[in-house]
Design a protein around this ligand. Structure first.
Ligand SMILES: C[S@@+](CC[C@H](N)C(=O)[O-])C[C@H]1O[C@@H](n2cnc3c(N)ncnc32)[C@H](O)[C@@H]1O
Length: 219
């Protein structure tokens, strides 16, 4: 077996995606672990993570790097945030915002093992509750199952550096179940055009349905 690096700390091993484990021996959600040449890699399944699904579907713009500071909105129980934590490494930061207390209990356990992850129990609509902690970040990753997804991204854009990137999962079902997903994506992206350039758009099929994965750059 060989580990082929696709992006910083992201590898393909035996046809599967994996990240180099920042905390050796630490598993987050029962994922498979590969040990190769003294390094440990955690399998990153596209069925459990939309960022992994986007990479499998040919994502080209990958701005996450060693040392990036990431504002992660909708951290849930830490599955994808833990892989982002692997990617940004010891010198990076993953500010992990989640409003569900139930999910936060699991997320806290993940953050306890990973010094670069900071849990923030908060509503992503209330940026004043965490803006002092976050300051200005390099990247926003947003995956919130809320009706006001576009408004949430616009507000949080104030915490993104100029020309910083936003990775934005648009969940059409949370916005309007009665509308064609394509129409929802179009309206959402149009509403963001004054603040962001649209860099890339990807479907997440077959890993996930009724979601669009968009990469935006702050103007
Ligand atoms: C699809 S899950 C996120 C999964 C996670 N990104 C991953 O890949 O591991 C969506 C999460 O958004 C959270 N959420 C919804 N609205 C929110 C809000 N306004 N502020 C913060 N979190 C929110 C939900 O509680 C839920 O945990």
């Amino acid at each position: 077996m060989e580990a082929k690096e696709l992006f910083p700390n992201v590898y393909k091993i035996d046809g599967r995606l994996a990240t180099k484990n920042l905390v050796k021996g630490n598993r987050v959600y029962g994922e498979q672990v590969f040990n190769l040449n003294g390094a440990e890699y955690r399998s990153w399944t596209p069925y459990r993570s939309k960022l992994s699904a986007a990479i499998m579907n040919g994502l080209k713009t990958f701005e996450f790097d060693n040392g990036s500071s990431v504002l992660y909105l909708g951290a849930a129980n830490g599955t994808t945030p833990s892989h982002v934590s692997d990617i940004v490494g010891k010198t990076g930061k993953v500010y992990s915002v989640e409003m569900s207390k139930r999910s936060m209990r699991d997320l806290l356990e993940v953050c306890e093992e990973r010094a670069n992850m900071l849990p923030i129990l908060s509503d992503a609509r209330d940026i004043d509750s965490y803006s002092d902690i976050v300051g200005k970040c390099d990247i926003i990753y947003q995956d919130v199952s809320a009706r006001e997804q576009a408004e949430i991204l616009k507000k949080n854009g104030a915490l993104l550096k100029k020309n910083g990137y936003a990775y934005f999962v648009i969940k059409s079902q949370s916005i309007d179940v009665s509308k064609e997903p394509k129409l929802v994506y179009k309206e959402v992206l149009e509403s963001l055009e004054d603040a962001f350039d649209i860099v890339e758009k990807l479907s997440l099929e077959p890993y996930d349905t009724a979601h669009m994965f968009a990469v935006l750059r702050k103007k």
